[in-house]
Design a protein around this ligand. Sequence first.
Ligand SMILES: [Zn+2]
Length: 397
Amino acid sequence: MTTSQVRRAFKYRFYPTDTQAAELSRTFGCVRKVYNLALAARTEAWARQERVNYNQSSAMLTAWKQTEELAYLNEVSSVPLQQALRHLQVAFTNFFGKRAKYPRFKSRKKSRKSAEYTASAFRFRDGELRLAKMRESLRIVWSRPLPDDASPSTVTVSQDAAGRWFVSLLCDDPSITHLPTTDAAIGIDAGLDHLLSFSTGEKIANPRHERRDRVALAKAQRRLAKKAKDSANRTKARHKVAKIHARIADRRRDTLHKITTRLVRENQTLVIEDLTVRNMVKNRKLARAISDAAWSQVRSMLEYKAAWYGREVIAVDRWFPSSKLCSSCGTLADEMPLSVRTWTCECGTTHDRDVNAAKNLLAAGRAVTACGAGVRPQRSSPGGQSAMKQETSRREP
Ligand SMILES: [Zn+2]
């Protein structure tokens, strides 16, 4: 790992003019269209056991733009469309690397609306940001300062389901440097009744108001379900749901930023559970879904902050029986339903379920580092001590 410049995203709200909003909405639509067309083409090729690469899909885009029915793709900046193809390429790379499910089509209502502009498609000067195909600069609320002499390499515009507009600027941040090395290490476990539990015995409660927000969310969702399709009331109800979602997500993010920064500053090694596989299972339970979403956020924050400050994040495979294993004597308990919050081992030690799991994660992570950096023990049978893998820290995409 180098101590060279750290690039980080700075995200702000902005308020587009009507013209800008229309231009951006049109761009989002074209981005989605191109992504879906390219995904369809790749899927057809995949069925024939062929692969389409980025360059080939880029050539397809050129051809689509020349057809009458897709000529409207020429009306928006071509850069976000190219970036959509790059994102699809990344999605396929992750799929082939078994890190993600097969890419899914973007839906008009459910998918995140965003468009990514690289340097050729925007101009940033004297705190003014102007995007391609736009005459006026964006009205941005500069809620925190950009680094001095910041020169963004990428600008991402998005609109959330609650209708709020955001712009994210990817910049070098010279203020971030590696911290002095420490011996401290910590195991971190994700929970339901608590947000996080640590091997130190500390537990982090869910953010305040969250229980109330969740009740409100469930109520709003029930109301939405009863509205007639395509009615004005349905749109209103959907907006209400989105607003509560956004509130929960905002509070979560604030809490998680504070915790993850503290954890990374205080510890050299951070051991977490790799929930990638479990996250691929669709969850119907609201609490679980929100907790899983928070967990993947925690992981990504820990990983990029670890890279910033010269720390290490180790993800231990989920097959490791972290809850059932006594962290004092190593005895494996038989059954451990989720309702069991504390348990006593044969050896007489009484465990808090989540803290015990965090302690086991830490021990497993230590075993990985003892193997030496860069060593990746292979997954053997579920539950085996070798069922862990080390992952190097990486930036948030
Ligand atoms: Zn024991």
